[in-house]
Structure formats: C-alpha cells, structure tokens
Design a protein around this ligand. Structure first.
Ligand SMILES: [Zn+2]
Length: 88
C-alpha cells in the first residue's frame, strides 16, 4: 500500500516537473483581453512611449471611455497633453 502511494507521489512530481519544464502555450495573451483576464503579470503598452510593462505597475487612466495604462505619471501627463493638442 505504501509503495502505491509512493509511486503515485513520484508520478505527480513528474507531472508537475513536466508542466514546469514545458509550459504549454500560456504566453500568447493579448493586451486586448486585459479586462477579462485577471492575471497579475499582464503586459500592457504605454501609448505614449510604447514601452511594455506589467499592468499592475501601470498608471491607469480612462480617456473617452477607454482604459489606458501608462508606465509613469509623466507619460500619462504628456499623453494627455499630446491628445489635447491634436484635437485643436
Ligand atoms: Zn511611458
């Protein structure tokens, strides 16, 4: 009986290792899904400086009903200035 449990544990460990060593196709997420996917490390693009960064580190700003994420308050302010200028 103990041998059965032991082999089961070895099998589970093997499964875990296999998943860890060969993660499937989990890195193909798109920023468009950010509203649906509640994952911590979603990468988003700063619309001002076009840098990618983790969404949780970003500065969130809703402009015209659309949610934008900026890498810093500086980029957010500059982007707001830029779109304000382009509308004039
Ligand atoms: Zn930026």
């Amino acid at each position: 009986m103990r041998l059965l449990i032991l082999s089961l544990l070895i099998y589970l460990a093997y499964r875990l290792f296999k998943n860890w060593a060969l993660p499937g196709q989990s890195s193909t997420g798109t920023p468009e899904q950010e509203g649906l996917v509640m994952v911590d490390d979603v990468m988003v693009k700063d619309p001002f400086c076009e840098t990618y960064f983790p969404q949780r580190n970003g500065i969130k700003k809703v402009i015209g009903g659309q949610t934008y994420y900026f890498c810093s308050t500086e980029c957010r302010d500059k982007y707001l200035e830029a779109i304000k200028d382009s509308k004039q």
